[in-house]
Design a protein around this ligand. Structure first.
Ligand code: URA
Length: 209
């Protein structure tokens, strides 16, 4: 008997709600622990994801895995998906009607996985989920309420990879992401039951809730 999440994934696999079904290889629904406390939401599948049917398996995914390892998490501990489940041609931005058509799949994932913390990767996912026009540079690294959970926006790993080796005025996107993952680790520690939580976590982090 499939779980409800598996049933929704099977239904999504045949989705024709927007034009992207004509150009995609396959739907990239999501991957990971179906009961994860932590969910990552990216933009849309790229070339590698479209081929493999899995989110964040290309260079961006490798950086995501490294950032997770940096805070003691493995990829299989979290759930990873995207705002859009089908690759836009040539990786163009998804269009508003494509986002709207795909939204019920994401809402179902959030409801069924039921994470405590949602991390958005990049401008696009943060703006979509927070329903704001404010850009990621201003949004990142702080928490926002989202459907009864905590949402933490950070940069897209592709932005960090793109900026590698370039000069930046402040911290590089990668350094900013590392900072944001430290905030994430604190958030998760604060969510853990008292017996698991570290005794000495900084009190100011508690204020994030
Ligand atoms: N970029 C995304 O936003 N999502 C993926 O799954 C891969 C690259």
């Amino acid at each position: 008997m499939p779980t409800e999440l598996e049933a929704v994934a099977a239904e999504a696999a045949g989705c024709t709600r927007c034009r992207l079904h004509q150009s995609r290889t396959q739907v990239v629904f999501g991957q990971g622990d179906p009961h994860a406390d932590l969910m990552f939401v990216g933009e849309a599948p790229g070339f590698h994801e479209d081929r493999q049917g899995l989110p964040f398996v290309g260079p961006s995914g490798q950086l995501l895995n490294r950032l997770l390892e940096g805070i003691g998490l493995r990829r299989q501990d979290v759930y990873v998906c995207n705002v859009n489940k089908s690759r836009p041609p040539n990786n163009r931005d998804p269009l508003p009607d494509e986002i709207a058509a795909c939204r019920p799949w994401l809402d179902a994932q959030v409801r069924l996985v039921d994470p405590k913390v949602v991390v958005t990767l990049g401008n696009f996912a943060a703006k979509t989920l927070l329903e704001t026009t404010t850009g990621i540079t201003r949004l990142r690294g702080r928490t926002y309420p989202f459907q009864g959970r905590v949402l933490l926006p950070t940069f897209h790993p592709a932005a960090a990879l793109h900026a590698q080796g370039r000069r930046t005025a402040g911290p590089s996107p990668l350094e900013a992401m590392e900072d944001d993952f430290r905030v994430l680790a604190e958030l998760l520690a604060a969510q853990a039951p008292a017996s698991e939580a570290s005794e000495d976590r900084p009190s100011e982090q508690l204020g994030l809730f």
